[in-house]
Design a protein around this ligand. Structure first.
Ligand code: FES
Ligand SMILES: [Fe+2]
Length: 471
């Protein structure tokens, strides 16, 4: 599909190119003899004296096919340069795209299915922790738009009302079960069911209109969830104990809210693992050496990334993780420094000092400072199924810096995450790991104790595994 889209754009570029030059000096002289082309004639006359046309005419032969081939090549090159330098990264990898070991004729997708079915899951903690979770980035939900979102064992209709406020309600209409997100319209601050036109207010879920009845029963209500929009995200509050209001909030990132830092791209990954595996990575300082040392160009396949071809360069990390004290006990902080070494020398402009704040079970703000300035990666980990996580990263940097730089930051981060994915997709969660007496392993125990605060009595547990997980 992507290839088709590029070809389509290339063909459009080519046609535009022909259209433009068809009215320039040499071609126009012939064509404009046909009286019907008056518009072209006017264009020709207005431009025939222009220095630009004469300039091109001196060294371009517009009767030659090669001229058009070259111009098409220039258009295609300009399109790709525009994509590279001006369009923020949007890297999406779904399950089965990466992170498995292919064998013989089995494709990555085949292996994903095989591993999902055969892997020992282990005794995993509850599958949906309590806290704030990212539903979607703000820019993905336009005014009056509705989206069906599957997260945390819920089916939600997420919509942005006509006043710009985002609301999340249960997707199924209490009247006869139609899905609001499959054709529902936004009316004022309500969502209107596509089936019989009942309207429900986003803020509290109350039914405000039944087109064929004056009487609106008290029971006519859809469940509405607490949401908060900040830092370019729409977050939902989820707690297994019914009625528990939020008792902590994600902090606002001043530079994003004020517009000082601009959005610079995103990556989206689907991971087959328990949610806790992802944040546990932050406290796992030893894995930085084993998984994240080889130079980024060595790729994401753990089997091949130690290739000697790329051994002249490597990433060097040092890290320290600690949980915060009350009232910020829901925050874990990882202080990380990154150095790039090439031929034994440190490449200073690539150095990075990172403070990664894990805010609750599913949000991380990684604030970094580099040679080019400060910025932040926003990470969101949200369970879409008990053992499937949607992991999204955004990058924001100083708005005066070029897009190509944020693209570089985003690609570097995505490659490192994709190496972790190969571990997560294939590993088993060990409830009782074999730790040795060491600073490294004791940090992992600390992290597990810290993360357990996000589970409560009624947190849902994994009860069964599907017979088939094919997609
Ligand atoms: S099913 Fe929604 S109004 Fe009837
Ligand atoms: Fe990692």
């Amino acid at each position: 599909m992507a290839l088709y889209a590029y070809w389509k754009k290339s063909v459009i570029g080519f046609l535009l190119c022909i259209l433009t030059f068809a009215v320039t000096k040499c071609v126009s002289q012939k064509v404009l003899e046909v009286p019907l082309l008056e518009v072209g004639n006017l264009w020709y006359k207005s431009f025939s004296t222009s220095s630009i046309i004469s300039f091109f005419s001196t060294f371009l032969d517009f009767y030659s096919i090669y001229t058009y081939i070259c111009l098409t090549a220039v258009c295609v090159a300009m399109y790709y340069l525009y994509q590279l330098f001006c369009v923020p990264l949007n890297r999406i990898r779904i399950l089965g795209d990466i992170g498995y070991v292919t064998e013989g004729k089995f494709s990555m997708k085949d292996m994903a299915n095989i591993v999902q079915k055969s892997r020992m899951v282990g005794e995993v903690p509850p599958v949906y922790p309590n806290g704030w979770f990212g539903l979607t980035e703000s820019f993905q939900l336009k005014k009056s738009e509705t989206k069906n979102i599957q997260v945390l064992g819920l089916q939600l209709a997420l919509f942005r009302d006509e006043y710009g406020e985002a609301h999340a309600v249960d997707a199924y209409c209490p009247h006869l079960g139609a899905n609001f997100a499959a054709g529902g319209r936004v009316v004022g601050d309500c969502i209107e069911c596509p089936f019989h036109g009942w309207q429900f207010r986003g803020s509290d879920g109350k039914c405000t209109k039944i087109p064929y009845s004056e009487n609106i029963p008290e029971m006519a209500k859809v469940k509405s969830y607490i949401t908060k929009e900040m830092n370019g995200w729409i977050y939902i509050w989820h707690h297994a104990e019914e009625g528990t209001e939020p008792y902590w909030m994600p902090p606002e990132i001043e530079e994003i809210q004020s517009g000082q830092w601009a959005y610079g791209g995103r990556s989206e990954h689907y991971i087959n693992a328990h949610i806790e595996e992802v944040p546990e990575n932050g406290a796992d300082v030893q894995h930085l050496y084993n998984v994240h040392t080889p130079f980024m160009t060595a790729g994401i396949d753990l089997r091949h990334m130690w290739s000697t071809v790329w051994s002249f360069a490597s990433h060097v990390w040092s890290a320290k993780w600690e949980a915060q004290k009350a009232p910020n006990e829901h925050i874990g902080v990882l202080n990380l420094t990154h150095k790039l070494r090439m031929f034994g020398k440190t490449i200073t402009p690539i150095n990075l000092d990172v403070q990664a704040n894990q805010i609750g079970p599913g949000i991380v703000y990684l604030e970094f400072s580099s040679f080019f300035g400060r910025g932040v990666y926003i990470q969101s980990v949200t369970p879409v199924e008990p053992l499937v996580q949607k992991v999204v990263h955004n990058v924001y940097i100083d708005r005066r810096l070029p897009t190509i730089l944020s693209k570089f930051f985003m690609v570097s981060e995505a490659i490192q995450v994709e190496r972790d994915i190969m571990i997560w997709n294939n590993k088993r969660y060990l409830n009782k790991p074999l730790f040795v007496k060491s600073a490294e392993d004791s940090l992992l125990s600390k992290h597990r104790r810290w993360y357990s605060q996000f589970y409560s009595e009624h947190s849902p547990r994994l009860k069964f595994q599907k017979d088939t997980l094919e997609w």
